[in-house]
Write a protein that binds this ligand. Sequence first.
Ligand code: AMP
Length: 198
Amino acid sequence: MRLILVGPPGAGKGTQAARLVEKYGIPQLSTGDMLRAAVAARTPIGLKAKEVMDAGGLVSDEIVVGIIRDRIGEDDAKTGFILDGFPRTIAQAEALEQMLQAGDQKIDAVIELRVDQSRLVDRIVKRAEEAKNAGQPVRKDDDPEVFKQRLEAYNRDTAVVVPYYEKTGLLSVIDGMQSIDDVAASIDSVLQGLDEKV
Ligand code: AMP
């Protein structure tokens, strides 16, 4: 199964992707995680991406498409994957389609976690507090000011990905303001519907 999770930062994509990894045994491909790893390892890509990420902007399509191209070619992604945070632009969505087509593969479902954006800043402040209390590193871009830039980038560049997938008939919209368990149950019923179609 090849699945895309779409939604603004803080919508819960990472939380839901982690659960789906357990349930389906397919990897979560988070471009944000991969870029943070590249920044931490000070690779050439990390060095290029760091400033943009710290400011809440989008890393270039060329870089992220390259990262995803390499990643979906790895063995553990052969039978499926959950994309979290990619594609974030129409150009990325088109590049993804081309790379999948070349391998005779396709996306099975796109799930949008739709949220009330006015409540996201509170969520992100909470996420940073929880990480801090658990002794985990706090993401630099979870600062409320940077978060607003990330939300702006979403509305400016990424929100258009939703109608793009709506046209293909792959999109399902889920209320991301429900509890984590209820969001999970809603995703499960979408995926169950897919099984029945096959
Ligand atoms: P995330 O963990 O998905 O919130 O991503 C953290 C940051 O990584 C974003 O604010 C962007 O700067 C960068 N990033 C992650 N995925 C992408 C992408 N698909 N396209 C461009 N930039 C990305």
